[in-house]
Design a protein around this ligand. Structure first.
Ligand SMILES: *[C@@H]1O[C@H](CO)[C@@H](O)[C@H](O)[C@H]1NC(C)=O
Ligand SMILES: *[C@@H]1O[C@H](CO)[C@@H](O)[C@H](O)[C@H]1NC(C)=O
Length: 432
C-alpha cells in the first residue's frame, strides 16, 4: 500500500516535471489510438514511432526507450530525483550494468542514468532520460479523430550501443515501448500527455494474428470503447469478463493473473501447480510457455481428448517440430471459422471468467501440411520450480482477444472476438 502511494506520488511529480499540469480546455480528453503490427520474423508486436521507425510493445516493460535522436534534449534530472528513482525501480534481472552503475549517494548531483534492456537478448546499456514526442491520433473508439503530438520521457541509448540493444528486435524498430503499470511506461505517459488521470490509466490491446490482414489496435489513455468493422455495431468492451491483476513481486512490473485450472474440452487437467504458480501475460513470448509440471499433463490431456474426437488422430500424428511437441497432419483436422476443430482449451480465471481458446488460438501451422499444439514447455525450468511462473501467456494466445488493462481497478478485462470480426478490422480512416 505504501509502495502504491509512493508510485502515485512519483507519477504526480513526473507530471510536474513534464509540465503537463495544464488548465482544463474545452477539448474533450480523448485517448490515443495506435496501429499494432505483428512482425513475422520475430513474432513481436510493434507500433509506429518516428520517421517510419517502430517501437516494440512489451507488456512487462517499465520504460519507453529508443535510440537517441540527433536533436534529443536530455531531461535535466539528478540521480536523486524521484523520476530517476522511478526509472531505476525495476532493474531487469540479469542486467549487470544497472547494479554496478546505479549508485547514487544522497545529495549527489550526478546526472540521472537509466539502464534500458532488450529482454529478448537480455542486453542492457546506460542511457539518459530525454523528452521525446510522437505523433498519434486521438480516437472515439471507432475511427482516428485528430492528430496529436504525445509528449513522453524516454530513455535514450547512445548510438554506440544501438546495435547491441536492438539485436533480435524487428527490422526497423528503434526501441521498446513498455506497457507496464508504472509511471514511466507508455500508458501512464500517454494519459498524462492527453490530460487524462495517469493514476487511473487504462489501456486496451487487440493484437493482430499476422501482418497480412492489416494492423491490430492499441488504445492508450483509456480502455475503450472499441468498435470494429464487420462486427456487431456495439462496443466490444461491454462484453469483457474480468479477472484481478495480482501483484506478486514488487520489483516486477509484469501483469500477473490467477488461473484456477486448465481444462481441455471441459475436463480439468490434473495438476497442482496452478494453485500457487504465477501466471503472467507477456507479449514478448510468441507462444504460451507452460512449466513442465503443467505442460506434460496438459499436452497428454489434449492428445487424449483429440483422439476421442477423431479416432484416427493417433495415426495422423507427425514428428514434432521444435519448439512444439504435439503435431498432426493438417489435412486430418477439420477446419472451422475459428480454426482447426480441436478440443477447446479453457483457462478458468480467478473471478469466474473463462479464457477459452479454440483452434485458431491453440493450433499453429508450422509448415505446409503440419499443425502443432501452440504451447511450449518452459525451457530451463524444473517442474514445480516456484521461482518461475507456472504459465507465461504468449502473444499467439492473446491475438484477436480484446484485452483491457485497468490499472486503477487492478483488473484485466478479456473477450475473444467473434469470428465475424478481427483485431485488424479497426477503421483507421479519420472521420471528418
Ligand atoms: C492519423 O490518422 C490519419 C487518417 O487515418 C492517418 O493518415 C495518419 O497517418 C494517422 N497518424 C498517425 C500518426 O497514426
Ligand atoms: C470508415 O470510417 C469512415 C469515416 O467515418 C467512413 O466513411 C467509412 O465508411 C468507414 N468504413 C467502413 C468500411 O465502414
Amino acid at each position: 500500500m505504501a509502495r502504491a502511494r509512493l508510485l502515485l506520488v512519483l507519477a504526480v511529480s513526473l507530471l510536474l516535471v513534464l509540465g503537463l499540469a495544464r488548465p482544463a480546455s474545452c477539448e474533450p480528453h480523448l485517448p490515443v489510438v495506435v496501429p499494432v503490427t505483428k512482425d513475422t520474423q520475430t513474432s513481436l508486436y510493434t507500433i509506429p514511432f518516428h520517421d517510419g521507425a517502430t517501437l516494440v510493445l512489451d507488456t512487462a516493460g517499465p520504460l519507453v526507450w529508443t535510440t537517441c535522436q540527433p536533436d534529443h534534449i536530455p531531461a535535466a534530472l539528478a540521480c536523486t530525483s524521484p523520476t530517476c528513482k522511478l526509472a531505476n525501480a525495476f532493474p531487469f534481472p540479469g542486467c549487470r550494468a544497472s547494479s554496478s552503475g546505479s549508485s547514487c549517494p544522497a545529495n549527489s548531483h550526478d546526472k540521472c542514468t537509466v539502464y534500458p534492456c532488450n529482454p529478448v537478448t537480455v542486453a542492457c546499456a546506460p542511457g539518459d532520460l530525454s523528452h521525446t514526442r510522437f505523433v498519434a491520433n486521438t480516437t472515439d473508439g471507432r475511427n482516428p479523430v485528430r492528430q496529436v503530438s504525445v509528449k513522453a520521457l524516454a530513455a535514450c541509448i547512445s548510438p554506440r550501443d544501438d546495435k547491441m540493444l536492438l539485436e533480435k528486435l524487428p527490422v526497423g524498430s528503434a526501441g521498446m515501448a513498455g506497457l507496464a503499470g508504472t509511471g514511466l511506461a507508455l500508458p501512464a505517459q500517454v494519459a498524462a500527455s492527453q490530460g487524462l488521470p495517469a493514476d487511473k490509466a487504462k489501456f486496451l490491446l487487440c493484437l493482430p494474428r499476422g501482418s497480412a490482414g492489416g494492423p491490430g489496435v492499441a488504445i492508450l489513455g483509456s480502455g475503450g470503447p472499441l468498435y470494429l468493422l464487420a462486427g456487431q455495431p456495439e462496443d466490444y468492451t461491454r462484453s469483457l469478463q474480468y479477472t484481478p491483476l495480482v501483484v506478486t513481486r514488487k520489483d516486477h512490473p509484469s501483469y500477473y493473473v490467477s488461473v484456477k485450472s486448465i481444462a481441455v474440452d471441459n475436463a480439468a487437467v490434473p495438476e497442482k501447480a496452478l494453485a500457487t504458480g504465477r501466471v503472467v501475460l507477456c507479449t514478448r513470448t510468441p507462444y504460451t510457455l507452460l512449466r513442465r509440471d503443467v505442460y506434460r499433463p496438459f499436452a497428454a490431456a489434449f492428445e487424449a481428448a483429440l483422439a476421442k474426437q477423431i479416432p484416427r488422430a493417433k495415426k495422423t500424428k507427425k514428428p514434432p517440430v521444435k519448439p512444439f511437441t504435439l503435431c498432426y497432419e493438417a489435412a486430418s483436422l477439420a477446419n472451422t471459422l475459428s480454426g482447426y476443430l480441436v478440443p477447446t482449451v479453457t483457462l478458468a480465471m480467478e473471478g469466474g471468467g473463462k479464457w477459452a481458446l479454440a483452434g485458431s488460438n491453440s493450433m499453429v501451422d508450422v509448415k505446409p501440411g503440419t499443425a502443432c499444439l501452440a504451447f511450449v514447455e518452459m525451457p530451463g525450468v524444473k517442474a514445480g520450480d516456484g521461482s518461475a511462473p507456472a504459465v507465461i501467456v504468449g502473444g499467439f494466445q492473446m491475438e484477436n482477444f480484446v484485452l483491457q488493462f485497468d490499472l486503477e481497478k487492478k483488473r484485466l478485462g478479456f473477450f475473444r472476438l467473434p469470428v465475424s470480426t478481427q483485431c485488424s478490422r479497426f477503421n483507421f480512416t479519420r472521420t471528418g
